[in-house]
Each structure stands twice: as structure tokens, then as C-alpha cells.
Design a protein around this ligand. Structure first.
Ligand code: 2AM
Length: 226
């Protein structure tokens, strides 16, 4: 009998339940149910267009502040210790939902988003302070301008959808007011930003699953940071 040919080792995707697994983390402001309902409404309206877009689950829509990526769990612990004081120095504030748009542009859409209005300086200051704390802890922080938005969907490279990617810019433009070029969103919903959450995301074959691993309250009138 001839010796069996050794099998090549199996390559498995990293198992997020392994004790030494890295945590894929990001920091975000959570959205209340009425804003998630706005997100759901927009997606319900746009999904029948059959664009090559992977729509988000409205239940987990959020406003990303910083994406941290794969992080050893013990480094997440550092964030749990450092961020409460940083975030609590900022007073809670109110934002409102705005118009629709695309990154990097309507001509080359990769991400479809719902914009936000409100005290941009408050949000920018919070984003900057958290970014500085992350840098102090040697976390990678994305440089460049911060464009606060709620992601609605991400464009796939190639879809099996009826409408190909190349038709999207024109169809997006058709949604815009011809005079202003603005893709007007649904009536504005106002919502408070009262906390920043540290979220672990689990990637799989379907939509990512998100788990909030820490909450950092902003300062509220009671002075309790909540
Ligand atoms: P988004 O809010 O613009 O969609 C979790 O993946 C979150 O982190 C997403 O909501 C996503 O941004 C944000 N994010 C930022 N940079 C990312 C990157 N390089 N890879 C994956 N997600 C990123």
C-alpha cells in the first residue's frame, strides 16, 4: 500500500470565540428607536430600486465616531478605563437627521448615508477628544476630516441585482431636487447624543452582529453623566 499523501492543513477563518481572538471594535453614538425608524423607512423606499447595495440592519444603525479594527481584548480594557472621564467632560447635545448623500460622491457611490444637522462643533469636539485619548493609548486613529453620518447601505462591487452599478449615479441624481441637487431626507427627527458606546462587531456571511461592550455617558444636567 502506498503511503497516503499528507493533506494540506485546513485554513480556518479566525474563530471569534477563541480566547486569544482579537476584537473588532468601533466607537459610536447609538441611535434611538425613532431615528432607526427613519433609517428603516428610507431603506424600505430605496430597496425596491434593486441597486447593488447591501443595506444595513436599521436596528443596528449608528453614528460611528472612530473605527478601531482588530484589537487585543486587553487593549479594550484600557479603553474601558480611559474613556469614561474623556467622554464625561462633554455635555450631551442634540442632533437631527438631514439629507441623503453618497461617499465618496454620487458619481462614484460606495456608501449611501443619512446626514446629520446640529451643533457640529460639539460633535467634532467629542470626536477630537476621543481621538486624542486613542492616540495617547497608541490606537490607530484615522486622519482627515470627520464626516458624521449614518450609513444606510454599502455598494457591492458587482451585484446580481437587476440594476447595475453604473446606473446608480443617474438614479441617485433623479432623487435630488433639480434646483439644489440635494437628496432631501425624510422630515427631520431630533435626537439626543447622551453616550458613546464601544462596540464589538462580528463579521460573518450575513449582516455583521454588534455587541456593546462598554458605555461612556456624556455629561447631562443632573451632573451624573447620564
Ligand atoms: P460607517 O459608520 O461609515 O458605516 C463598523 O464597521 C463601523 O465602523 C461601520 O459603521 C463603519 O463606518 C466604521 N468603519 C470606519 N472605517 C472602517 C473600516 N476601515 N472598516 C470597517 N468599518 C469601518
Amino acid at each position: 500500500m502506498s503511503p497516503r499523501k499528507p493533506r494540506p492543513p485546513k485554513v480556518r477563518p479566525p474563530d471569534p470565540d477563541r480566547v486569544d481572538a482579537q476584537w473588532r471594535l468601533f466607537l459610536a453614538a447609538p441611535l434611538p428607536p425613532d431615528v432607526r425608524a427613519v433609517v428603516r423607512g428610507i431603506i424600505n423606499e430605496l430597496a425596491p430600486k434593486d441597486w447593488p447595495v447591501r443595506w444595513v440592519d436599521p436596528e443596528t444603525a449608528h453614528l460611528t465616531l472612530h473605527f478601531l479594527g482588530d484589537t487585543p481584548p486587553e487593549r479594550a480594557e484600557l479603553l474601558r478605563l480611559a474613556l469614561p472621564a474623556v467622554v464625561a467632560r462633554h455635555a450631551a447635545f442634540t442632533l437631527r437627521t438631514g439629507d441623503l448623500g453618497a461617499f465618496p460622491s454620487v458619481k462614484r457611490p460606495r456608501v449611501l448615508w443619512l446626514g446629520l444637522y446640529g451643533p457640529a462643533h460639539r460633535l467634532a469636539a467629542l470626536h477630537e477628544a476621543v481621538g486624542e485619548a486613542l492616540r495617547d493609548l497608541d490606537f490607530p486613529v484615522e486622519e482627515g476630516p470627520f464626516h458624521p453620518h449614518i450609513t444606510l447601505g454599502r455598494v457591492r462591487n458587482q451585484g446580481t441585482e437587476r440594476v447595475p452599478l453604473r446606473a446608480m449615479p443617474e438614479e441617485l441624481r433623479a432623487l435630488a431636487d433639480p434646483a439644489t441637487g440635494v437628496m432631501t431626507g425624510p422630515p427631520a427627527v431630533t435626537f439626543p447624543v447622551r453616550e458613546v458606546v464601544l462596540v464589538r462587531s462580528y463579521l460573518g456571511s450575513g449582516a455583521p452582529r454588534y455587541e456593546t461592550v462598554a458605555r461612556f455617558p456624556l455629561l447631562t444636567q443632573s451632573g451624573q453623566g447620564r
